[in-house]
Design a protein. Structure first.
Length: 65
């Protein structure tokens, strides 16, 4: 990931970097890696995330009308 600093405006570059990191999901991954997660808990979380993604895709594809 790369952000260029224009006109010595570091604050703006940091804001852009934070937005990019948020979009990529870096903060979520960092939060998950902060503490140990049991394999059974990880499997359940990943299954729930997968189900959520599938339902969201279905809603987008077929509409909620």
């Amino acid at each position: 990931m790369e952000v260029s600093v224009r006109d010595n405006n570091v604050e703006q570059a940091l804001r852009i970097l934070k937005k990019k990191m948020q979009r990529e999901g870096v903060y979520r991954i960092m939060k998950l890696k902060r503490s140990y997660e049991k394999p059974s808990v990880r499997k359940a979380r990943e299954a729930a995330e997968s189900l959520r993604r599938a339902r969201k895709l279905c809603r987008r594809r077929f509409g909620t009308a």
